[in-house]
Write a protein that binds this ligand. Structure first.
Ligand SMILES: *Cc1c(COP(=O)(O)O)cnc(C)c1O
Length: 376
C-alpha cells in the first residue's frame, strides 16, 4: 500500500507531469517570471470557470482577504462579522487593518457561519460580513446576501477551501462560491483543492470599479506607472505558478469528483455508527471536500489521533482553538464570549486524509483503523 498522507501532491503531480514540466520550462525560457502571459491566461480561464467578471491574481489567500478589505474603504473601528471557527487568516487581516473582528457562531451541521448569529451581532458599526466556506461546504449565501442587502453591508467570501463548489439558490439557479458576494477570495496553497507548487491566491468580483481598485491596491496603489494614488501592497502571482495552475484548473472538476468519491467511501463505512457524525451535505451546497471532517461523540479524540498516527494514518484537528480565544485578539476581549457550538466543535472534530489520489486499499485501511479504535 502507498503511504497514506493527508494530501498527496506528489502523486497528483506525477499524473500530469509531462504537461506541467513543459509549461514550467516554457516560462523559464521566456524568462517573464513576473506578469508573464500565463498570469493573464490563467486569470481569464479562472473567471470563466467561476463565472465571474474579474479575477485579480495575488500572492496568497491571506493577501487576497487583506486586499479585499482594503478596497472597501473601511475605517478603523468598523466591525466585520466573521465566524470564530475558521483558519486564522480570515480574522487576522481584519485586526491587521485596525478593523474590529466580531466573532459569531457557526451552524453545527455545516460548520459554516450561522445567518441568525450574524443578525444578532449587527450594530451601527457593522460594515462587512466574511463567510467562510469551511472544509469545502458553502455557507448559506442566499440568507447572508439578504442580510447584507437589508443592512447595506459588504460580503467578502473566504473561498479558500471551496473552489469549484456550486451553490444552489431557492429558485434553482446555481452560482459558484466566490462569485456570490461583492468580493470572493481564494488561496492556491499547495494543499488546497486547486493548489500551486508554492503560494498563490486570487480575488473575484463582478464590480468593475471594485476590480480596478483591487488591482491598484495589489500593485502599490499605482494608477499608472510611478503614479501611486492610494497606499497599497505588492502582491503578485508568479508566472510559473500561474502556468501550473492553468493546467491544474483543467483537472479541477475531476479532482472534485475524486474527493467526493473518497468522501462517499468514508460515509458508507461510518454509516450508522452513533459515535461518529459524518459530514453533512446541505442541498444548496455541492460539497467539494477540502477536508473530510468527523464530529466524534463519546470518543477520546486526541487518543484516536494518536492511535492513527501509530498506524501511519495521519489525521488533523482543524481547528483546536477558535478565533475568539486566540491570544492575538486579546485587545478585543473576546475570550469569554459564549460560543457553545464553536467550543463543542473544537473539542470533537477530526479530519481524515482526503485528496485526489486515494485508492480503496488506503480508504479501507483508514476506516478499519478508525472503527477499531472507536469500537474497542
Ligand atoms: C488557506 C486559507 C487561507 C489563507 O490562504 P494562504 O494562501 O495560506 O494565505 C484563508 N482562509 C482559509 C479558510 C484558508 O483555508
Amino acid at each position: 500500500m502507498r503511504q497514506i498522507q493527508m494530501v498527496d501532491t506528489r502523486t497528483q503531480y506525477h499524473n500530469i507531469k509531462a504537461e506541467i514540466d513543459k509549461a514550467v520550462i516554457e516560462v523559464m525560457e521566456s524568462s517573464a517570471f513576473i506578469n508573464g502571459k500565463p498570469v493573464q491566461n490563467f486569470a481569464n480561464n479562472l473567471s470563466n470557470y467561476i463565472g465571474v467578471k474579474h479575477t485579480i491574481p495575488c500572492a496568497n489567500g491571506t493577501d487576497a482577504l487583506q486586499i479585499a478589505m482594503m478596497a472597501l474603504g473601511l475605517q478603523p473601528g468598523d466591525e466585520v462579522i466573521t465566524p470564530s471557527f475558521t483558519y486564522i487568516a480570515t480574522t487576522e487581516v481584519i485586526a491587521l487593518l485596525r478593523l474590529k473582528p466580531v466573532f459569531v457562531e457557526v451552524d453545527p451541521q455545516t460548520f459554516c457561519i450561522d445567518p441568525a448569529a450574524i443578525e444578532k451581532a449587527l450594530t451601527s458599526k457593522t460594515k462587512a460580513i466574511v463567510p467562510v466556506h469551511l472544509y469545502g461546504h458553502a455557507a448559506k449565501m442566499e440568507e447572508i446576501m439578504a442580510i447584507a442587502k437589508k443592512h447595506n453591508l459588504y460580503v467578502i467570501e473566504d473561498n479558500a477551501q471551496a473552489i469549484g463548489c456550486d451553490y444552489t439558490f431557492s429558485d434553482g439557479s446555481k452560482m459558484k462560491t466566490g462569485a456570490i458576494g461583492h468580493i470572493g477570495c481564494t488561496s492556491f496553497y499547495p494543499s488546497k483543492n486547486l493548489g500551486a507548487f508554492g503560494d498563490g491566491g486570487a480575488i473575484f468580483t463582478n464590480d468593475d470599479e471594485l476590480a480596478d481598485r483591487l488591482r491598484m491596491i495589489a500593485n502599490h496603489g499605482q494608477s499608472k506607472r510611478y503614479y501611486h494614488d492610494v497606499v497599497g501592497c505588492n502582491s503578485r502571482l508568479d508566472t510559473i505558478q500561474a502556468a501550473i495552475l492553468d493546467i491544474k484548473l483543467k483537472h479541477l472538476d475531476e479532482y472534485i469528483v475524486a474527493r467526493r468519491k473518497a468522501a462517499d467511501f468514508y460515509d458508507k463505512a461510518f454509516a450508522g455508527n452513533e459515535k461518529i457524525k459524518t459530514p453533512y451535505r446541505a442541498p444548496y451546497s455541492h460539497h467539494v471536500f477540502h477536508q473530510y471532517t468527523l464530529v466524534l461523540e463519546g470518543v477520546d479524540r486526541d487518543g484516536l489521533n494518536q492511535f492513527l498516527a501509530e498506524q501511519q494514518v495521519p489525521s488533523m484537528i482543524y481547528y483546536p482553538v477558535p478565533g475568539h480565544k486566540q491570544k492575538m485578539f486579546e485587545q478585543f476581549n473576546t475570550a469569554s464570549q459564549v460560543m457553545p457550538v464553536t467550543d463543542w466543535l473544537t473539542q470533537r472534530v477530526i479530519s481524515l486524509p482526503i485528496h485526489t489520489e486515494m485508492d480503496e486499499e488506503q480508504l479501507h485501511f483508514i476506516t478499519s483503523k478508525v472503527l477499531e479504535y472507536i469500537n474497542k
